[in-house]
Every structure is written in structure tokens, then in C-alpha cells.
Design a protein around this ligand. Structure first.
Ligand SMILES: Cc1cc2nc3c(=O)[nH]c(=O)nc-3n(C[C@H](O)[C@H](O)[C@H](O)COP(=O)(O)O)c2cc1C
Length: 237
């Protein structure tokens, strides 16, 4: 005869409590800004990690078709999504688990601020700022033409308070981790993306409508690809 197991173990209870706590905190943080709740989970037709790595290429020409909010949310989730309800840890590693990064997504209908606690997109503004982001990025046309520009911003102090000046390096390393997740997720979603490091911080901040202590550290322009990933059709997924 098997020993009857309690319906919930200690770990389940801790997990549930933390989940409830996180949900309550998220509810408290909720402002009057509209929140877009979109689908969760692994995207349809997930290509697998190694295929995504093999096919990833910087893509700078797009069809002009919008990217769905489901996909925008998935891209943001890959950068900073909360993957453990118990610890609150994220899809990207973070030095000292200080999580200095904030993720913004600029699309045609406005700017969204990704909210890791709730895995939601919170409306930040209703202006299409992609042209301004492009101007702040040495007029790179793909920043303007992208269906979505993901802007990784940092509050350095969250990390430097523990690690001093070295913390600034950590923040940039983390932006690289998050950006790579976004680039590979773009491939998995059938999209094309290019990381953008050449931009003027003040110009991007103004375009986005953010202020110090938040500073933009990395952009990723993403859209439906209008070019092949490696110059040959055979390399396309
Ligand atoms: C830190 C960093 C900054 C970059 N900045 C830009 C940029 O501002 N504009 C751009 O078109 N590509 C930029 N790129 C993309 C590189 O040009 C690209 O990765 C390189 O040409 C290799 O091509 P691949 O990404 O297709 O492998 C950047 C890449 C990195 C890693």
C-alpha cells in the first residue's frame, strides 16, 4: 500500500505563498496606465536553441508588417521575464540578483514598459517614437523601419550600490545577456533583429520619455525579415 501524500508539500506551499505575495505586490504597483495582458508560454513552432543560434543574423530590412503584442511580450519576457516565483529570478542572469534593467518596447501604437512581476506590458506612452529613436541612433534607418524597437535601460545604482564602479560593467554584461535572449527569441518567432549600440543616450531618453536614474544601454530593432539570414535561401528557417 502506498503512503498517502499530502495534497501540497512544503515547497508547494512556499511557492504558492510567494506567488500570492508577488501577485499582491504586482497589484499594488498597478497604476492607472492600461496594462496589456497577452499570451504566455512557449511560442508556436519554437525552432529550438541550436537552430536559432545557427540561423541568427543581424537583419536590417523589414517588410513593414506589425509584430503582434503577443510576440512583443515574448521578446520582453526573454529579456527580463520572471522565471522563478519563489526567488523572483529572471530569464537573464543578474549580478547579485540586483536586476538593474528595465525593458521598453516602442511600436507603432506607442511605448510599452515591460513589467516582470506580472509578465505584462504596461502602456508608457501612446506616441510612435521609432523615428526619434532612429534619429538618436545616427539616423540608422532600420531603427525607424523596425516593427518594434526594444530598449534596454538600466538603473546603475541598483548594482553599483553593492559592487561600486565595477557594477557598471556588470550592468553592461547583463544587457548583453538580455539582448542575446531577445535576438534568439526573435529568430524563434520568425522575426529578424539587429542589436544597436550606436546611439546618443540623451536622444534615446528623450524619445522614450525616460529620465535619470534610468539610462538606455542597448537597443534591439526587430521586424518581419525582408532579407535572408545569411544571404542564401538555404539558410532560412
Ligand atoms: C555591441 C554591439 C553593437 C552593435 N551596434 C550596431 C549598430 O549600432 N548598428 C548596426 O546596424 N549593427 C550593430 N551591431 C551589429 C553588428 O554590426 C553585427 O553583429 C556584426 O556585423 C556581425 O553580424 P551578425 O550579427 O549578423 O553576426 C552591433 C553589435 C554589437 C554586438
Amino acid at each position: 500500500m502506498g503512503v498517502a501524500r499530502p495534497l501540497m508539500g512544503r515547497r508547494d506551499l512556499i511557492g504558492l505563498s510567494c506567488g500570492v505575495l508577488l501577485a499582491a505586490t504586482a497589484a499594488l504597483l498597478r497604476s492607472s496606465r492600461p496594462v496589456v495582458t497577452v499570451k504566455r508560454g512557449v511560442p508556436d513552432g519554437d525552432v529550438g536553441l541550436f537552430a536559432a543560434m545557427r540561423v541568427r543574423r543581424s537583419i536590417r530590412e523589414y517588410t513593414g508588417e506589425d509584430v503582434s503584442l503577443d510576440d512583443v511580450q515574448m521578446l520582453c519576457w526573454s529579456a527580463q521575464g520572471m522565471t522563478c516565483p519563489i526567488t523572483g529570478y529572471r530569464a537573464s542572469p543578474s549580478a547579485g540578483a540586483k536586476f538593474p534593467l528595465e525593458v521598453f518596447a516602442a511600436v507603432s501604437r506607442g511605448v510599452y514598459h515591460y513589467w516582470p512581476e506580472a509578465d505584462d506590458l504596461k502602456e508608457h506612452s501612446t506616441r510612435d517614437v521609432r523615428r526619434k529613436l532612429s534619429m538618436a541612433s545616427l539616423n540608422q534607418p532600420w531603427v525607424r523601419d523596425a516593427a518594434v524597437d526594444i530598449v534596454l535601460c538600466a538603473e546603475y545604482e541598483r548594482t553599483t550600490v553593492r559592487y561600486g564602479e565595477r557594477g557598471r560593467r556588470y550592468v553592461h554584461m547583463e544587457a548583453g545577456h538580455a539582448a542575446q535572449n531577445v535576438l534568439l527569441t526573435a529568430v524563434a518567432l520568425g522575426l529578424g533583429a539587429v542589436p544597436i549600440g550606436a546611439f546618443d543616450e540623451d536622444g534615446v531618453s528623450m524619445a522614450l520619455g525616460i529620465e535619470y536614474p534610468l539610462v538606455p544601454v542597448y537597443l534591439i530593432s526587430i521586424g518581419h525579415p525582408a532579407e535572408t539570414s545569411c544571404g542564401t535561401e538555404g539558410e532560412q528557417l
